[in-house]
Write a protein that binds this ligand. Structure first.
Ligand code: P1T
Length: 392
């Protein structure tokens, strides 16, 4: 297990730039053949010369060479000593939550992926974990929420789906004062745009289904941390609970990660142009994009992110029916859940990705539309939205 080794294996690319590490970290040429691309090692088990004498791998749930390459690479990108890959983003979050006990208290942002809330409130809630929801973009609200002993703070930034910006450094400082562990879901920003561990977070998680994979062809999750003891425990849980990704899935994420820097630059450029089109469009109400100077989190985003990301959300002035109709009219933006891949997607969070939070503190505006802006030609994306939003 890459993550369980302590101290972490030295990374010869540690002092190199992000794009170089994305392509090389954890991915030495195969010593047996010279293969430049990390082999997909499908073997579920590994030969031992004598009992307990082996080359670092015993059984593929516990550790697999393709998975190890992915774990080392993404750990390097997050500036972490340890990385662990999982079968999905929620499987990764579940492992972080496994040590929660009755009476523990978890603080979650009032805007977050619906499945994150569902896991905490509907799976851990009935086990006696108290799940508290607050607007974590308001530091006074964070301080108030943390005035009672808190075990863990789970936050995304930018948030899903209204792209609030949460101040990782400030929240981490407040959380640590009250003894809480800070878990940052870095799915929307990716390590290219934002590195939560450097800002004080304890654990970074990903749905690698999104930008890390980048091509809508794999479901995966990831955890990164620089705390050796925590990494050892998480690696133990990864193996003991068993929600590991298969080697082919690891290969797909690793292949996606190689182009992360280039893709994110283009996602950011295209999303900024889309946000500009939406601002002032007569059919559109509010536009949520942290790159807009009018966004309440713009200053924090400018400080903690390298760019503003590829996600844009907006409301339709005429409400839910107009939103539901508009998402079905685009030609290049595909109506689908998920995000973060090369192709542009459009969805209605209230009825799709966030349907599970209906009636909760995380309920989303039914007039909201969420865009995952891809890396197609921006003129085609703008024309597509223009057509879909035109008066009928
Ligand atoms: O789908 P999975 O790989 O298990 O990841 C869950 C998850 C966790 N965190 C964030 C911020 C997410 O956006 C997701 C999954 N989100 C979607 C499928 C979606 O369309 O929003």
């Amino acid at each position: 297990m890459a993550g369980a080794e302590s101290p972490a294996t030295p990374d010869p690319f540690a002092d190199k730039g992000f794009a170089t590490r994305a392509i090389h970290a954890g991915q030495p040429h195969d010593p047996t053949s010279g293969a430049v691309v990390t082999p997909i090692v499908l073997s579920s088990t590994f030969a031992q010369e004598a009992v307990g004498v082996h080359r670092g791998f015993e059984y593929s749930r516990s550790g697999n060479p393709t998975r190890q390459a992915l774990e080392r690479c993404v750990a390097s990108l997050e500036g972490a000593r340890h990385g662990l890959a999982f079968a999905s983003g929620l499987a990764a979050l579940d492992v972080v939550c496994r040590d929660l006990a009755p009476g523990d208290r978890v603080l979650l942002s009032n805007d977050a992926y619906g499945g994150t809330y569902r896991l905490l409130a509907r799976i851990y809630g009935p086990l006696g974990v108290e799940v508290v929801v607050a607007d974590l973009s308001d530091l006074t609200a964070v301080e108030a929420a943390l005035s009672r002993p808190t075990t863990m703070v789970v936050l995304e930034t930018p948030t899903n789906p209204v792209l609030r910006i949460l101040d990782i450094e400030a929240i981490s400082a407040l959380a640590h004062r009250s003894g809480a562990t800070v878990v940052v879901d870095n799915t929307f920003a990716t390590p290219y745009l934002q590195q939560p561990l450097a800002l004080g977070a304890d654990v970074v998680m990903h749905s690698s289904t999104k930008y890390l994979g980048g091509h809508s062809d794999v479901v995966g999750g990831f955890l990164a941390t620089s705390d050796d003891a925590r990494a050892e425990r998480l690696a133990y849980l990864q193996n003991a609970a068993g929600a590991v990704p298969g080697p082919f899935d690891c290969y797909l994420v690793l292949r996606g990660v190689k182009t992360l820097a280039a893709r994110m630059e283009q996602h950011c450029r295209n999303a900024a142009a889309v946000a500009d089109l939406l601002v002032g469009h007569p059919a559109v109400g509010e536009v949520f994009y942290p790159g807009l100077p009018s966004h309440p989190g713009h200053a924090v985003a400018t400080r903690q992110m390298r760019g503003f990301g590829g996600m844009v959300s907006f409301t339709m002035r005429e409400g839910e029916a107009a939103a539901v109709a508009a998402v079905a009219r685009t030609g290049i933006f595909t109506l689908a859940e998920s995000l973060g891949a090369v192709e542009s997607l459009i969805e209605h969070p209230g009825r799709m990705t966030h349907a599970s939070v209906a009636g909760s503190a995380l309920e989303v505006n039914p007039a909201l539309i969420r865009l995952s802006v891809g890396i197609e030609d921006v003129a085609d994306l703008l024309a597509d939205l223009h057509m879909a939003l035109a008066p009928r």
